[in-house]
Design a protein around this ligand. Structure first.
Ligand SMILES: O=C(CO)[C@@H](O)[C@H](O)COP(=O)(O)O
Length: 223
């Protein structure tokens, strides 16, 4: 895949003016929605009712990243709500294969996220059950953190396994993605990039999206 996707995280948006903030990222590929429960991560954001409303007013597909405990119980409702993709954390799922199947059965793409310290190897057999692997490039919980270079070998390993499988599985990265880090992540094999502060922290979010996409796509074409 040479055309890379940029999914801005609305964690860095102004939550009081979300509808206007969505309009500022109209050039994005999808809206990345971070759901945090203050259990799985030490931060609290929004839940299903707000996500549903965002879905109603957004002209873009929604890409939900569930940083919540007991994902087996709560994630299927996000798929039921019609979101394009629903990503749960493997560390928070008792039965990840069953959960991925449930998400797909409800019409969503099934994504599985790994924290920086979680190895990918034990889960490579699961690839046929997934549409996306999210390799966290910071500890989940907060925007504005520094990209962890230590995650690059894991991105490489995941991308290599996906290529070997021949399956159309996206490799998403999330955390510290910015003009000075996106090329490293793309070179390692990522093709869907979540960016919060590097998009909303600029005067023109759509311009930031276009630049990030061009940077990543150029690297992706070259490798
Ligand atoms: O999931 C998370 C944080 O847990 C992310 O989606 C952040 O919101 C990304 O923010 P930046 O690092 O791009 O500022």
């Amino acid at each position: 895949m040479s055309q890379c996707c940029i999914n801005p995280s609305i964690l860095s948006a102004d939550f009081v003016n979300l509808e206007a903030e969505l309009e500022r990222i109209s050039g994005a590929d999808a809206v990345h929605v971070d759901v945090m429960d203050n259990h799985f991560v030490p931060n609290l954001t929004i839940g299903l009712p707000v996500v549903k409303r965002i879905q109603e007013v957004s002209g873009l597909p929604l890409d939900a990243h569930l940083m919540i405990a007991d994902a087996d119980r709560w994630a299927p409702a996000y798929a039921e709500a019609g979101l394009a993709s629903v990503t749960f954390h493997v560390e928070a799922a008792a039965a990840p294969i069953r959960l991925a199947r449930e998400l797909r059965a409800r019409g969503a793409k099934a994504g599985m996220a790994l924290k920086p310290a979680t190895p990918v190897e034990p889960y490579l057999d699961m690839l046929p059950e997934l549409d996306m692997l999210l390799i966290m490039t910071v500890e989940p919980g907060f925007g504005g953190q520094k990209f962890l270079d230590v995650t690059l070998p894991k991105i490489r390993r995941a991308a290599e396994a996906v290529r070997g499988s021949g399956l159309p599985i996206a490799i998403q990265v999330d955390g510290g993605i910015a003009p000075d880090t996106i090329e490293r992540a793309a070179e390692a094999g990522a093709n869907v990039f979540v960016a919060g502060s590097a998009v909303y922290g600029t005067p023109d979010p759509n311009e930031a999206i276009a630049k990030l996409r061009a940077q990543a796509s150029a690297v992706s074409r070259a490798v």
